[in-house]
Design a protein around this ligand. Structure first.
Ligand SMILES: NC(=O)c1ccc[n+]([C@@H]2O[C@H](COP(=O)([O-])OP(=O)(O)OC[C@H]3O[C@@H](n4cnc5c(N)ncnc54)[C@H](O)[C@@H]3O)[C@@H](O)[C@H]2O)c1
Length: 246
């Protein structure tokens, strides 16, 4: 059975991606800082007769990330897929965001993604194959307001993803990124479900609705299938048409 590591698998897009890979027959190694919620997702997967394991770790801790990947490799032998999805968001402009908040976002969103990709790609190089998907954001392409640190981290993730795609291509490892638009998760549910703001947001999206985590999970899964075998270094927007309408 192939193995897919999904970071941030305890909630939102990561949870939907974990469920999707498990349903497609993968063993999902769910990596998240939130152990209790991660355990619930593992339980949901197992209740469908599928397989998953939970690895509770802070992706900003380089030693813990290396150690976790070594233990997953020891347990599973090979890793076929990495979905690097975990992130946090602190809202704020350059005037309101603290330096500590700026640094925390870069540490988790960008350095955390770098650390796990580095460790997993070493294991994939030994197999001569693998598929890696980084979860960015359309804000990392086009910018946005009041999330200066988050957006900088996401621009970094997209640039890192393309750079790693070139470095890892000679080893048979494909690296792609998805750039979601507005997806209803706990990151933004309070805004999307606010009756004064939510309907206006949906109206400005060409497809007329906000995204669901499964909308992104399906594209991530596709990028890891043989049908996407000639794709590497791609950034795929999953945004209901927002980027095209700008
Ligand atoms: N929701 C959106 O509208 C949207 C839009 C564009 C991009 N994205 C991106 O999608 C990804 C998933 O976002 P989401 O909306 O599902 O968010 P979410 O908050 O529901 O899930 C994020 C997950 O990451 C985990 N996590 C956070 N810090 C961690 C750490 N230090 N170590 C390990 N795990 C950690 C959390 O516990 C959680 O399970 C993120 O990369 C986000 O930037 C989301």
């Amino acid at each position: 059975m192939d193995t897919a590591i999904v970071t941030g698998g305890a909630h939102g897009i990561g949870r939907a991606t974990s469920m999707r890979f498990a349903r497609e027959g993968y063993h999902v190694a769910l990596v998240d800082i939130d152990g209790p919620s991660g355990a619930r997702v593992v339980g949901d997967i197992e209740s469908e007769g599928r397989q998953a394991s939970l690895w509770t770790v802070d992706l900003a801790d380089p030693v813990a990330v290396e150690d976790t990947v070594s233990r997953v490799v020891a347990a599973r032998k090979t890793i076929e897929v990495l979905v690097s999805n975990a992130a946090i968001i602190h809202r704020g402009t350059a005037r309101t965001l603290s330096v500590a908040q700026w640094e925390e976002q870069l540490r988790i969103n960008l350095t955390g993604s770098y650390l796990i990709t580095r460790a997993v790609s070493e294991a994939m190089i030994q197999n001569g194959a693998g598929s890696i998907v980084h979860v960015g954001s359309i804000t990392g392409i086009r910018g946005g307001t009041e999330r200066v640190g988050y957006i900088a981290s996401k621009a970094g993730v997209l640039a890192m993803s393309q750079s790693m795609a070139l470095d890892l291509a000679p080893y048979g490892i494909r690296v792609n990124a998805v750039a979601p638009g507005t997806v209803c998760t706990r990151l933004n549910r309070h805004i999307l479900e606010d009756p004064s703001a939510g309907p206006g947001i949906a109206k400005r999206i060409p497809l007329g609705r906000v995204g669901q985590p499964e909308d992104v999970a399906g594209v991530i899964y596709f990028l890891c299938t043989p049908d996407a075998g000639y794709m590497t270094g791609s950034i795929v927007t999953v945004d209901g048409g927002i980027t095209a309408s700008a």
